[in-house]
Unconditional design. Structure first.
Length: 263
């Protein structure tokens, strides 16, 4: 059973339920065509009232992720993942992954420093969370992810929030909605600490994916660097618009904006 939600997180209970269920839909835990648990079961699972569950369902329905069918239950809509990706910005996706685990290896409060102050538009001495996570499949590490986010944005952020949720979905629990992503891709070499975490040799080549997440007012909220051994995992981006006018060049999705389709 899931632990009870908390009123201390800074977001309403129904928003927290919405964020967790939405993450389950986007991640494929509830695939298109699947039925969500009944309201009564969800109320028990989250230790909230059925009214709270209904409000969360209304948000999911308004986003086009679910359909509530009289006498049958609540079903994930076909095409829900594509609709969600366009509504909430670019999502990085890999090949259909094997089951993986996430270990939060570091979670600390530190100072932003000049580099992250410029990225996040905060003072260099502002407090930030520094979070390092390792994703593995079986015993094999596949990604090392480092996030930096201002502590003032989510002062009660917890390591537990990131064991099951991507950071954008974890932030939704606190009422912070990321609607834009800017990605840069490059390559780097593993130093001793990184090589030890990813179980590669020192100096091994790595894919370096840098991402900045923004709220709808274009305020940057998260800096993320992902390091990937290229022989273990790949990155695939598919960006699609219904018309050429919906995603203007260089605006809606940064340098990856297409006029039709890019992959």
């Amino acid at each position: 059973m899931r632990e009870a939600l908390s009123r201390d997180l800074g977001a309403s209970l129904h928003h927290q339920v919405y964020a967790v269920l939405r993450s389950g839909i986007v991640s494929g835990r509830y695939p298109p065509g699947a039925f969500l648990p009944a309201e009564e079961a969800l109320a028990t699972e989250f230790s909230v009232s059925r009214v709270t569950i209904r409000r969360a369902m209304q948000s999911l329905e308004a986003e086009g992720l679910i359909e509530r069918r009289q006498g049958r239950g609540t079903q994930v809509r076909q095409g829900a993942l594509q609709a969600s990706a366009l509504t909430h910005g670019v999502r990085r996706s890999s090949r259909p992954p094997a089951p993986s685990q996430v270990e939060v290896r570091e979670f600390e409060v530190t100072r932003a420093g000049q580099a992250f102050a410029e990225i996040l538009r905060i003072a260099p001495d502002a407090e930030v969370f520094r979070i390092v996570r390792l994703r593995t499949r079986g015993d094999l590490p596949v990604r090392l992810v480092t996030n930096i986010l201002p502590r003032a944005l989510v002062p009660k952020f917890r390591a537990e929030d990131l064991r099951e949720l991507p950071i954008a979905d974890a932030l939704l629990l606190y009422g912070v909605e990321c609607q834009r992503a800017e990605d840069e891709f490059g390559a780097t070499l593993a130093d001793h600490a990184i090589a030890s975490a990813l179980k590669v040799r020192v100096g091994a080549p790595l894919i370096e994916a840098t991402r900045v997440l923004f709220e709808k007012d274009h305020r940057p909220v998260v800096s993320q660097v992902t390091l990937i051994p290229p022989e273990r995992d790949k990155i695939r981006l598919v960006i699609e618009a219904e018309s050429v006018s919906e995603l203007p060049w260089g605006e809606a999705l940064g340098t990856l904006s297409p006029n039709a389709r890019a992959s």
